[in-house]
Design a protein around this ligand. Sequence first.
Ligand code: GCV
Length: 713
Amino acid sequence: MTIPDPVHPAWLPPEAFRAVGSRRTLVLGDGLLVETVHDEVAQACARYGGRVRRGAEDGPYDLVLALITAESLPGAAGAVLAEFRGDAGPAGRVIGAEGYLLARRDGVTVVLAGDSAGLLYGLFHVVRLGERAFAAEREAEHHRPAMRRRMLDHWDNVDVHPVMGQVERGYAGGSIFWRDGAPRGDLARVRAYARLLAACGVNAISVNNVNVHATEARLLTDRLGDVAAIADVLRPYGIRVHLSVSFASPVVLGGPPTADPLDEDVRTWWTGVTERVYETIPDFGGYVVKADSEGQPGPFAYGRDHADGANVLAEALAPHDGVVHWRAFVYNHRQDWRDRTTDRARAAHDHFAPLDGRFRDNVIVQVKHGPIDFQTREPVSPVIAAMPATRLAVELQVTQEYTGQQRHVCYLAPMWSEVLGFRPWGPDGAAVADIAAGTADVADGAEDRHGRAPGDGGGLVGVSNVGDDPYWTGHPLAQANLYAFGRLAWVPWADPAAILDEWIDLTFAPAATGGTEPAATGESERLRRTLHAIMDGSWRTYERYTAPLGVGFMVRPGHHYGPDVDGYEYTPWGTYHFADRDGVGVDRTRATGTGFTGQYPPPWSGTYESLADCPDELLLFFHHVPYGHVLRSGSTVIQHVYDTHFAGAEQVAEARRHWAELAGTGVVDERLHARVLGLFDEQLRCAEEWRDQINAYFFRKSGVPDAQGRRIP
Ligand code: GCV
């Protein structure tokens, strides 16, 4: 892995294209993205000595990349199409938007795509396979994204915010789009970003913070040209631009003196402004709105609800095929900690579930995956199961606000995988991934989920972890989270460890092996083993040394880094642990608590309500229990706290040792190795701080000593 100046190539180093670049390739079809495919192959060929033809069939070829609509498909491609149609029966099964067939026939590897985006994704599939794509005959495989919408939200400010800086919750330097109130102008960087995103499957980006300040608001009108410039660079990679807008836009941008969604002038204003947006950016994706949340304006100010608010924007977007992502992150951030009846976890469901069926078709209600706020461990939000008549997107946080802030290794795909695989109605019901995909009503348990039509649901949205850092993500290993987000949006049931393997092969293996073969021997295999040892379990390790058993927060208020057990306990933002000398946890039961468990359908409403059945890892999210309460694991709560905190810090030390042992092996660039090692030093310091604060806090509260007699400060 080398570091070209100034930006690291992440999972698209030139070497990843060696297999493609040394072959004879035919590219057939028309359209902007087909040109991108051709250019990608041509660049690879220039480096590795292959040849690429565009539309002229003077074979032989090793690789055919073609749209099925191409005028004449060469033999192998025609055979693949015929076979596929035969399989599908007379009715014909379509390849589908963004989909492709991949096969190898008579020594030719074929990618046949239904549209030009599919061809681009097919090319990147071949890149992922490397030499394996050309090794043996391959039955036709049909690939298409599970989710139509695979989007990253950038919380980037155009102006530097006095508290939040250029990127809110950004841990990778400044914005790649904006600097000090203006576009950065470095569109090469944005283009490189678009390539990376296309290679992992992302097809939409929102380019500014959901907290819309004065300058960002103007992106909708007089600063729209700045957005159009970004859209131009993203377009060749199949990525549509979206914009976060203020609900108060009419008022703050010189329109009517009200933003009341039922006011005729307000409707007309949104219609006119939106028309101008589409005149400038014809493939504009739509608006993202955070309303009535943490100080952002919203429909409540006018006595309206969130369906009224979302629908006025959706109505303006509808004629242009645009959507509004309307966030369900609505709660009272000015609550009184003495008021035991207010429960932040309930808020989104209380506000949104009653509105099911009232949103226009092109509204996507965007729901954070957990009921509170991207904590290390939360149950799945009950809103996700409560709005069957509404298009829902599930929001994940790729930026590691509460999971180590890109100073700690925390591979999040295992967590996201659990979320996507969660079945709110029990084992026979649909999974969260099906709801986000919009396929929840398709009979479940289909053997071949590849064959299932991609859903037109709200999809998956991730809060981006990218900045102007040379490694993109601050911590170089946090690149894996960005890669995994895209891949899970495409294949939600993919194994996180297999995704990590893909990422390792693309990012590290080429330099070590001279090709994109999965590293099978020697130092490369050692690197693979080391990265798995460090990363596979890193989310659970992080959980062990931070807030225990699903209780959440316990972070320093404001920046949210490092431990502060009571930091938020007596603030207006919500109360999270209720620890006293006898016990800890939040009673969210129907019997004696806030009633939050009742927001779930059976069986989970019962499972979470029951002290005996509630999963250990969520116990303190749902129940207030004595320190001596015996967990399902057999340990007491207090002993579990001690054991996990000692173990978690020790696991970080072990991970650091694994990484340190790679020094001088040559499989990892020395500068990258040094940067990660430095970050491990910080992670270890912080993990020990967490261990000692949490253990000391609960020892002092409970007076119960550690059964193993370890030192608690
Ligand atoms: C963009 C959390 C973060 C905020 C963020 C908010 C949101 O509260 O701390 O920085 O604001 O979530 O998702 O809107």
